[in-house]
Design a protein around this ligand. Structure first.
Ligand code: ATP
Ligand code: MG
Length: 588
């Protein structure tokens, strides 16, 4: 139990929104005195903020301990070598903070700790009898995010709970993965925001299975799909397009190049096609066209590769899907100068004939999964003002592979059944990842199995964004007047306000607060004498403790007022019953 007097508490609430705050939780956490910005994406924690952070950490700790995971703590300042061994020193590119010591040795500020945990276990364990093992830490991470935003939601310094499991069989990994997944369900249930568990893109770290816990939130940066009929849910990056079966192309008309003047958009092109080159079976539609998007991929070691991506003309390339598909490469649209260095490419009329590793341009050509053998396309004819019609995949052109990059639309077929997909916004709060043997392989983590044979350990990695959770809970619960914490993460159980200057009121409030403290409750006590009741109530609403207790005018009738911050409901409670009443309220 803690009693904090506002006359002493290190707190200044602000009436004005901070200028850089884009989302309500960020605005309110700053205004209500929970955090202060130190640098872009880097925050200092004030007393109120630290209390909420501590409560969230405690919930996470309890649930991790409950599955038998053991807490450790690694430094943030890490040597380069282990990250070199796994390739991530390069792979991270600009995404990490690097530094050198006085001797010129390279270090980094850890963005995540797979390497360090792997090495620690290798250091100390050598037998299958030592496994399974799960270790975790709640620790500060550093990532030089391209776009730090929304306060704590995407920081450059942030706290993560990261755990790692170690098994020597695939079944063991399954078990550890499921234990973590279930612990996460309990953690996020207790934190009290609405979330979904979605399939995630497992490719980036070479793992086998990966799911994300997303808070449902309009301010989230993730888009996920959900199928209401089968329950399938996936991050948009992980959605596998439902491709048609390949079909024969006997009897399809031969490809023919045609003039298509004044058709700058897909719609105008489709209208032109229907007017002049009507199809025998049905009208042309936007998804009959194939758009070839050109770019340059930059890899972490600095090498660059031109790349062409063919997608149905009515769909955009989705930046996040593309990023996930090409990771760790980064795609940028091809600039005019680079384009000009390929004399066979006619801007706006690029067709598959000049694309592909075997073609004149030599540009690698990846296509949408819907471009299967036998599908008929309208695409650029590699001549200004002309398109080629009835270009058949497999007959007239081939690609160098498939890429999941086209936008996913609401109404697209569910990959899992006959339902359709809906799209929603979310924010990644947690991530469970069956990593497999990649890290153990790279760093040589092996144990002796039952037969005395050396086997490579298989790992899982599991993260929860702790500071992000503070913002996510705030974002999911606030209202138009301020923060509005759920009881189990609120900085205090009660916010007691003594109003007016009457010493009798303040004495009564002092007594009540002392008793509440003795009863084991955490109390924020507004004992400021020179501050008007209006300002005090505004502060209480802004700070968002779930129950606001006013000691003031009611005293004359022997009552205090108890107000629910969320519903605004007020009740007069007799002073002698106040402690019991409030204790009950907090417990429920
Ligand atoms: P994102 O896709 O949001 O960048 P990530 O997939 O890179 O996240 P992980 O490496 O899976 O993140 O990290 C585990 C958890 O750490 C995430 O689920 C998220 O809650 C949190 N996290 C990641 N990056 C940040 C950040 N920049 N600021 C705050 N929390 C973060
Ligand atoms: Mg993630």
């Amino acid at each position: 139990m803690t009693v904090s007097r506002m006359s002493h508490l290190f707190l200044r609430t602000l009436r004005e929104d901070p200028v850089d705050a884009e989302v309500p939780s960020h605005r309110l956490l700053v205004r209500a005195g929970y955090i202060r910005r130190a640098a872009p994406g880097i925050y200092s924690w004030l007393p109120l903020g630290l209390r909420v952070l501590g409560k969230i950490e405690a919930i996470i700790r309890e649930e991790m301990n409950a599955i038998g995971a053991q807490e450790v703590s690694f430094p943030a300042l890490l040597p380069r070598e282990p990250y070199e061994a796994t390739g991530r020193w390069t792979e991270y590119g600009d995404g990490i903070f690097r530094l050198q010591d006085r001797k010129g040795a390279d270090y980094l500020l850890g963005p995540t700790h797979e390497e360090m945990f792997t090495l620690l276990v290798k250091d100390l364990y050598g037998s299958y009898k030592d496994l399974p093992l799960s270790l975790y830490q709640i620790q500060t991470k550093y990532r030089d995010e391209a776009r730090p935003r929304a306060g704590l939601l995407r920081g450059r310094e942030f706290i993560m709970k990261d755990s790692y499991s170690f098994d020597y069989t695939d079944e063991g990994l399954d078990k550890s993965y499921n234990a973590h997944r279930e612990a996460y369900v309990r953690i996020f249930d207790r934190l009290g925001f609405e979330y979904v568990i979605v399939y995630a893109h497992a490719g980036a770290m070479g793992g086998s299975k990966s799911e994300e816990f997303l808070a449902k939130s309009a301010v989230g940066e993730d888009t996920y799909v959900e199928c209401k009929s089968c329950g399938y849910a996936a991050n948009v990056e992980a959605v596998k397009v439902v491709a048609p079966e390949p079909v024969g192309y006997d009897g399809l008309p031969a490809a023919h190049a045609e003039a298509t003047p004044d058709t700058p958009t897909i719609d105008t092109l489709v209208a032109h096609l229907n007017e002049h080159f009507a199809r025998e079976d049905r009208p042309w539609v936007g998804s009959d066209t194939l758009k070839n998007v050109l770019g340059v991929v930059t890899y972490p070691d600095g090498t660059k590769e031109p790349l062409a991506i063919g997608v149905p003309g009515d769909r955009e390339v989705d930046a996040k899907r593309l990023e996930a598909a090409l990771y760790p490469g980064e795609f940028e649209p091809m600039d005019e100068e680079t384009l000009a260095s390929f004399p066979d490419l006619v801007k706006g009329y690029i067709g598959p004939e000049v694309l592909g590793e075997e073609s004149k341009s030599g540009i690698r050509f990846l296509v949408d999964p819907r471009v299967v053998e036998g599908t008929r396309w309208v695409t650029g004819a590699n001549e200004p003002g002309k398109h080629i019609i009835d270009l058949v995949a497999g007959r007239d052109f081939t690609s160098d592979g498939v890429i999941e990059a086209a936008a996913v639309w609401p109404g697209d077929p569910c990959p899992n059944g006959d339902g359709i997909l809906e799209t929603e916004r979310g924010m990644e709060m947690g991530h469970v990842f069956a990593l497999g043997r990649k890290f153990a392989d790279a760093l040589g983590l092996q144990v002796l199995d039952e037969n005395g044979k050396l086997v490579t350990v298989t790992m899982g990695s599991y993260g929860v964004g702790v500071t992000r959770a503070v913002a996510a809970v705030a974002e999911g619960t606030l209202d138009e007047i301020g923060l509005c914490w759920p009881r189990h993460v609120a900085p205090y159980d009660l916010h007691v306000v003594a109003t007016g200057k009457d010493p009798a009121v303040h004495e009564a409030a002092d007594r009540l607060v002392a008793e509440l403290g003795e009863a084991g409750l955490d109390v924020l006590y507004d004992d400021r004498v020179k501050v008007s009741p209006g300002v005090k109530f505004k502060d209480a609403e802004l700070i968002g403790v779930p129950t606001i207790v006013t000691v003031g005018r009611g005293l004359a009738e022997g009552t205090i007022e108890v107000k629910d911050r969320r519903t605004g409901e007020r009740a007069a409670v007799a002073v002698d019953e106040a402690v019991a009443h409030l204790q009950q309220l907090v417990r429920d």
